[in-house]
Design a protein around this ligand. Structure first.
Ligand SMILES: [Zn+2]
Length: 219
């Protein structure tokens, strides 16, 4: 067993990451006591260096971080908290703190959106296409066609993927799976069902055994 490495001030940096989307929400310091409170309460507690005091994230705003698991890195001197965020995580009111991109020249530029993993980024991009005024957008034409049209397209893509899975090359499987995933994202956007909600449903099922779970889904 390895002990955690707190620095000379007795602190360790903690990175809060959305456990479902992988988005980095915020970074703050933890003292040993902050960590203990986090582990015992299931909600993130940090240590404020300026106020020299423990604070619970979202104590006043209600925007708490429900902590699912805590990981330490190879040196045991940095923590990652896998969280379910209850509301925006940044004090600015934005969902996450990392909305500034460092440009090639080292300057910092504020963005409209926060850094996130590719699938979520693509999802956000699809939402933007919905209201875009650009003439030619395949995504937009799909969305304008309505749920029935997207549904038909999904069936077609699923059929192509199932053929590839049955007897085509791994490259073909990847390519058809990408097509299906793309159309699935568009379909979800068309019905205003957030991608995170879908992953949440999957995660909720994870604790249940395969057959049991299948029976539950199809009574
Ligand atoms: Zn922030």
């Amino acid at each position: 067993m390895t002990d955690l490495e707190f620095d000379q001030r007795g602190l360790i940096p903690a990175v809060a990451q959305d456990r479902l989307t992988g988005q980095i929400r915020m970074v703050a310091w933890m003292s040993r006591e902050a960590l203990e409170r986090t582990l015992s309460s299931g909600f993130a507690w940090f240590y404020s260096r300026s106020r020299q005091a423990l604070w619970e994230k979202g104590e006043t705003s209600g925007n708490k971080l429900r902590v699912h698991a805590v990981y330490a890195d190879c040196d045991a001197d940095t923590l990652v908290l896998h969280v379910d965020p209850e509301g925006p995580s940044c004090h600015t009111g934005r969902p996450a703190c990392f909305f500034r991109r460092v440009e090639k020249d080292g300057s910092v530029k504020d963005l409209e959106h926060e850094a996130e993993a590719f699938l979520s980024e693509l999802d956000r991009e699809l939402e933007a296409r919905k209201s875009s005024t650009a003439q030619k957008s395949y995504t937009k034409s799909l969305l304008e066609g309505g749920p029935a049209k997207i549904g038909a397209k999904l069936r077609e893509e699923a059929e192509e993927l199932s053929r590839a899975v049955a007897d085509e090359s791994p490259e073909r499987v990847a390519s058809e799976a990408a097509d299906l995933l793309y159309h699935l994202l568009v379909a979800l956007r068309g019905r205003d069902v957030p991608l995170r909600t879908v992953i949440e449903v999957l995660a909720a099922r994870a604790g249940v055994g395969g057959h049991e779970e299948k029976a539950k889904r199809r009574p």
